[in-house]
Design a protein around this ligand. Structure first.
Ligand code: HEC
Ligand code: HEC
Length: 223
C-alpha cells in the first residue's frame, strides 16, 4: 500500500470517529481518500453505506449500485458533487450522499464509474413491495419502456438507467423524489428534468406500486 494511501486511511480513522451523525458520513472521510485508486476509495468511503458488494442498505436509504452503467454512475456522482442532485433542502438522503462524495475529483469519479460497473458482483435484491404486476406491465409498456427499455435494462443514449435489479424501496423513493420536486429541478439537470416531466403520468401511488411489482419480475442485467 502506498504511504499516501496509508496516511489517508489513518487520517480517516482519526477523524471519522468524530462524526456525530448516525450514518458514517463525514466530509473529512471524503476528503481523505481523493486521488486514491478507485477500489481504495470504494472500500474506504462508500461500502459503509452501500455494502461491501454494492448491494445497498435500506436502513441508511443507500441503494444498490450493481446494475448501473458507467455513464449513469459518472453523471450521478458528478451531479452530487456539483449540487445538481442532493441539494434540495428537503432531500435528506440526497444530502447525506452529496456530503459523502463532496471532494471526489473528476478522475476519482471516472475511476469509480468504471470500477463499479465492471467489478461489483450482480445481486438480485429481495422484494418488499406488493402490487399487481399484470396491471403494472401495461403501464410500464406504455409509459416507461420507451426510455428504460422493454426489459428495464436502461438506455444510455437516452440517459435512462436500468431499473431491473434495483431495490424496489429505492425505485419507489426515487420516483417519489421526482414527483415531489426533490430531483430533476436543477437547471443543469437535463436528464432529471425529462424524468420529472414524465413522473406525473402515473395516475397514483397504487399504479406506481403495480409498475414496480412488474419491474420486480424482470431479471437484472448482471444476475
Ligand atoms: C452516508 C452514506 C453514504 C455514503 C458514505 C455514500 N453514499 Fe452513495 N448514496 C447514499 C444515499 C442515501 C443515496 C440515495 C440518495 C437518494 O435517495 O437520492 C446514495 C446514492 C448514490 C448513487 C445514486 C444511485 C442511483 O441509482 O441514482 C450513487 C451512484 C452512489 N450513491 C455512489 C456512491 C459512491 C461511489 C460512494 C463513495 C465514494 C458513496 N455513494 C458513498 C448514501 C451514501
Ligand atoms: C422520457 C424518457 C423517460 C421515461 C418515459 C421514463 N423515464 Fe425514468 N428516467 C429517465 C431518465 C433520463 C432518468 C435519469 C435521470 C437522472 O439522470 O437523474 C430516469 C430515472 C428514473 C428513476 C431513478 C432511478 C435511479 O437509479 O435513481 C426511476 C425510479 C425511474 N426513472 C422510473 C421510471 C418509471 C417507473 C417510468 C414509467 C412510469 C419512467 N421512469 C419513464 C427517463 C425516462
Amino acid at each position: 500500500m502506498r504511504v499516501a494511501t496509508l496516511l489517508a486511511l489513518l487520517g480517516c480513522l482519526l477523524s471519522c470517529g468524530e462524526a456525530n451523525s448516525p450514518a458514517p458520513t463525514t466530509a473529512a472521510m471524503s476528503a481523505s481518500l481523493a486521488g486514491a485508486p478507485a477500489e481504495t476509495i470504494w472500500r474506504g468511503q462508500c461500502v459503509a453505506c452501500h455494502g461491501s458488494s454494492g448491494e445497498g442498505n435500506r436502513a441508511l436509504e443507500a441503494p444498490a449500485l450493481t446494475q448501473l452503467s458507467s455513464a449513469y454512475l459518472s453523471r450521478q456522482l458528478t451531479h452530487f458533487v456539483s449540487g445538481v442532485r442532493g441539494a434540495h433542502p428537503d432531500d435528506a438522503a440526497g444530502k447525506r450522499m452529496a456530503l459523502s462524495v463532496a471532494s471526489l475529483t473528476p478522475e476519482d469519479i471516472a475511476g469509480l464509474a468504471t470500477f463499479l460497473s465492471t467489478e461489483l458482483p450482480g445481486t438480485r435484491p429481495t422484494t418488499s413491495l406488493k402490487g399487481d404486476a399484470a396491471r403494472g406491465e401495461d403501464y410500464y409498456t406504455n409509459l416507461c419502456s420507451a426510455c428504460h427499455g422493454g426489459n428495464a435494462l436502461g438506455n444510455d443514449l437516452l440517459g435512462a438507467p436500468a431499473l431491473a435489479g434495483v431495490s424496489d424501496w429505492y425505485l419507489l423513493s426515487a420516483y417519489q423524489g421526482f414527483l415531489d420536486g426533490l430531483r430533476g429541478q436543477h437547471p443543469d439537470d437535463t436528464y432529471g428534468a425529462q424524468m420529472a416531466r414524465l413522473a406525473p403520468a402515473l395516475p397514483n401511488s397504487d399504479h406506481l406500486r403495480d409498475v414496480i411489482a412488474f419491474i420486480n419480475t424482470l431479471p437484472p442485467q448482471r444476475p
